[in-house]
Design a protein. Structure first.
Length: 201
């Protein structure tokens, strides 16, 4: 898989772009917060950390390969997040904006597991309503599951045939909803993908 998140968000202006030991901070958006960035893309997960997490969570190889290139991301001011791995016991340094960590894939899966946790692994989420993105360990399809009163809905709101299709099409769609400086041009509800039209059985 050759998906490069930095390339996918390259349309935005270089406004105080920064690079830290752990990630790339692209397009400063001070109206969101004094130290807020539109896109944060984390550098590759350490091999040992990734291998341990892959074994514990049975992470499909396609997503392991993705994390080996970029250990998750917080895109478009949190509209879309892709989860990453943490070293066990690793803590966030709240005094340093540029030491930020990705959302922890292990913690996110323990907090809100999908309807079939043996088959589905949560790998990301949408900020608007907390919908979760899951990869199917068997066929590698990607599904978007909305939050309900008892957790995640059992039927996906939307599906994609693979990880690459989800990342590429959703990043492209969402980037079009923002101007070049990172200001959202539409209602926040439009950041959530439209539901699929299901054929009657």
């Amino acid at each position: 898989m050759s998906t490069n998140l930095l390339d996918l968000v390259s349309k935005f202006r270089d406004v105080n772009n920064r690079e830290s030991e752990g990630g790339f901070f692209r397009t400063h958006v001070p109206w969101v917060g004094p130290e807020a960035y539109l896109n944060i893309i984390f550098k590759p997960a350490p091999r040992d950390v990734l291998a341990d997490a892959a074994n514990r969570l049975n992470i499909p190889i396609v997503f392991t390969e993705f994390l080996a290139k970029q250990n998750g991301a917080i895109l478009l001011s949190g509209v879309l997040s892709i989860y990453g791995t943490h070293r066990p016991g690793q803590l966030l340094n709240r005094s340093d904006t540029f030491s930020r960590l990705p959302f922890n894939i292990e913690l996110e899966n323990s907090n809100c597991s999908p309807d079939d946790p043996a088959r589905l692994l949560t790998i990301g989420g949408y900020g608007f309503d907390g919908s979760r993105v899951c990869i199917d360990r068997q066929d590698l399809h990607i599904g978007l599951f909305q939050r309900g009163e008892a957790g995640l809905t059992p039927t996906p709101h939307r599906t994609w045939k693979n990880l690459d299709q989800w990342i590429r099409t959703e990043t492209a769609r969402l980037c079009e909803l923002f101007d070049d400086y990172g200001k959202l041009l539409v209602a926040e509800s439009e950041t959530l993908p439209q539901a699929e039209v299901r054929k009657p059985s």
